[in-house]
Design a protein around this ligand. Sequence first.
Ligand SMILES: Cc1cc2nc3c(=O)[nH]c(=O)nc-3n(C[C@H](O)[C@H](O)[C@H](O)COP(=O)(O)OP(=O)(O)OC[C@H]3O[C@@H](n4cnc5c(N)ncnc54)[C@H](O)[C@@H]3O)c2cc1C
Length: 478
Amino acid sequence: MQAVQSEFLAIDRKTRVYMPFCDLPMRPPEERVHDFEDVMRPLAEECAMWHASRCIHCPDPAPCMVACPTHNDIPSAMWLIEQGRFKEAAEIYHKTSSLPEICGRVCPHEALCEGSCVLNKYHEPVLCGPLEVFALDWERANDPYTVPVGKPTGKKVAIVGAGPSGLACAHELVVRGHAVTIFDAKPAPGGLLVYGIPNFKLPKTAFFQKWDDLRKAGIKFVGNTYIGKDKTIDDLFNEGFDAVFIGVGTGKDARMDIPGEDLPGVYEATDFLIRGNVDPKYLPKDKREPLVIGKRVVVIGGGDTASDCLRTALRLGAEEVTCLYRRTEKEMPGNRKDRQLAKEEGARYRFLTQPVRFIAGEDGKLAAVECIEMVLGEPDAKGRRKPVPVEGSNFSVACDTAVKALGYWPDPILGETTPGLETHDWGLITVVDRETGRTSREGVFAGGDVVTGPDLVVTAMVSGRKAAEAIDAYLQTK
Ligand SMILES: Cc1cc2nc3c(=O)[nH]c(=O)nc-3n(C[C@H](O)[C@H](O)[C@H](O)COP(=O)(O)OP(=O)(O)OC[C@H]3O[C@@H](n4cnc5c(N)ncnc54)[C@H](O)[C@@H]3O)c2cc1C
C-alpha cells in the first residue's frame, strides 16, 4: 500500500506527464574511462526534486512497486523527495530493503521499476534508481541511519556467505534481536558487491559504509573461513548456533573446454574483475599480483559480466577491447544500459562469433583466439535461436588477453559435507519453500544465487529477508 495517496497531489497528473526530462549529470566517456570512479556525478537537490515531481502517482499498487522485487513504495518516496523531505524518503526505502543504497546503483532498473513506469508511453520514465541513491546518500551525509537492533533473544544464527542474501538476512535477524555471525571464504564481506561488481558501477565506499552500519549493529564477521573445508555446517551447530543460513552464491566460473584455455593471458571473469578492481588489501594473497593485460583484450560472452570486463579492460589501459558473442546483439542477455556505456567508452562488438581455440605465441603466452562464424538456427527450449557454426569459416583474432565471461556455477561442497542437505543441478541448494528458504535439513535455510542460480542483487537480498523472517519463526518454536 502506498503511504502517500494521489489526492494530495499539488501538480495534476497531466502536467506531470509532460514535464520535460532534464539530463542526468553523467561524466563524459573520455573522462570516466581513465578511472574507476562512479560514472555519474551526484544529483543536486533541486535536480532530484524536479525529477521526483515527474512521478504521476499511479493508483495503488503502482506498476513500479509491483515490478520492484522488494516492492519499494516508490511513489511515496518520490512525493517526499519532491517536497525536499529527503530523510523521510530514505526511511521509506529502509522499510522494504536492507541494501537500498546498493540496489539504487546496481539494479537493472530498465527491466524493473523504470521499465514498468507509465511515463515510458510518453518519453523517459521516472528515474527510480538515481533518486533512491540520492535519498540514501543525502541521509548518510546529513542524518545517518542506524539499524534498529531488537531486544536480545539469546539465540545465535550463523550465516555462511557475506553477499547480498547473507547481509540482508543478518540485518533482519539483528532487528529481531538475534545474535549473528557471518562466515565467508574471502577476507572481507560483500560477496560479489566487493569481489565482482566493478567500482564504476558500485563504489566500494558505498558498500563499506553500509557494512559499517551492520557491524555497529553487532553483526560479527569471520573471514578467510571456507565452510565445507575449514569447518562444516555440523561444526557450526556444535559450536552452539541455533540456525544456519546459506548464501554462498555461485562462485565457480564456467569453463569453455576448448584447447589453450589454461594459457597465460586467458582469465576467468571473476579473477580478472577482482584483480582489476579491488584494492589488494581486500584480496586473498594469491590474487594480489597486478594484472598485465597488454594492448588487445577480447571478452567472450554477452551478459552483464562481459560488459563489466570490457569496461574494466578499457580502464586498465587496453587500446583495443572487443566482445566476442556467438549470437546477435538482439539475443544478448546483459543490461542494455551497461552495453551502451561500454560502447560509449570504446568497446567494440563482434557478433555471431564463437571462439574454438586459444593460440599461444612463441613466448608460450596467449597471442590469438581462433574463432568460427555462426548463423542463427532454430529456437532452443528457452525460445532463443540457437547459434550454428558455419563450416570452414574459421578466422583468428590477435589478442594479448582473453577474458571468459560465460556464467557461473555453485561449488557443490556444502551439499557434499552436510548430511541431509539436498542439492540439484551441480550443487544448487534445494529449498522446500522459496518463500521461507527452508531446506531439507532442519534449522538450515538458504537463499540468493545458490538457490536460484545467477540472478540479481535485489532478488538475493529479498530471499535473505524472507529467510530471516522464517528463521525467526523457527527459533521461536525451539
Ligand atoms: C561481475 C558481476 C557483475 C554483476 N553485476 C550485477 C549488477 O550490476 N546488478 C545486479 O543486480 N546483479 C549483478 N550481478 C549479480 C549479483 O552480484 C548476484 O546475483 C548477487 O551478488 C548474489 O548474491 P548472493 O548473496 O547470493 O551471493 P554472492 O554475492 O555471490 O556472495 C556469496 C559469498 O559467499 C562466499 N562463499 C562461497 N562459498 C563459501 C563457503 N563454502 N564458505 C564460506 N563462504 C563462502 C563467497 O566468498 C561470497 O562472499 C553481477 C554478478 C557478477 C558476477
